[in-house]
Write a new protein. Structure first.
Length: 165
């Protein structure tokens, strides 16, 4: 199996798990933070949804320069808006993964802020780290937030403590 198809299968599996959690986000509790240094619930949920769209930045582009953009975090107002954005990113990333040739994964990708280079790595490593591992990391944080708000958390890789049976 080609690398893009291997990554696509993993992406689809993780997207389904992520969507289950995002569907539970109570926007009326969006300012909730388990700690003063933590992101708010709504910011974290939005970040988790946004990461599903990072495949474009990491596979279509060859670098991300924070100095070149004017990123403004999206502000969403409902779980429906969150899921719509997430579903859009998943659909677009699925197309990108399907269309990415094997040779693209060997090319280098750079994260920088102007002249300051944070790292340069092969795209295969970047998508594994930033598009998958980073996504799962923040999804796990979201699960903790939901647990602390007494919202039953669905299983990710098998049943959770809240699943019946």
């Amino acid at each position: 199996m080609s690398l893009n198809q291997t990554l696509l299968a993993e992406f689809i599996q993780e997207a389904a798990t992520t969507r289950k959690l995002l569907a539970l986000v109570p926007f009326e509790k969006g300012d909730y933070k388990p700690h003063e240094k933590s992101m708010s619930l709504n910011r974290l949920a939005t970040h988790v949804a946004e990461i599903a769209g990072w495949w474009k930045e990491c596979l279509v582009n060859d670098e991300l320069d924070f100095a070149a953009g004017d990123f403004t975090p999206k502000v969403l107002n409902s779980t429906d808006d969150l899921l719509a954005m997430f579903d859009d990113y998943v659909a677009k990333s699925t197309v990108i993964l399907n269309e990415t040739p094997e040779s693209e994964f060997d090319k280098n990708w750079t994260m920088r802020q102007g002249d300051m280079i944070f790292f340069t790595l092969p795209k295969a490593q970047v998508v594994r780290t930033w598009c998958l591992n980073h996504w799962v990391h923040h999804r796990a944080q979201l699960g903790v937030y939901l647990r602390l708000l007494d919202i039953p958390v669905p299983g990710s890789y098998g049943p959770s403590a809240d699943d019946n049976g």
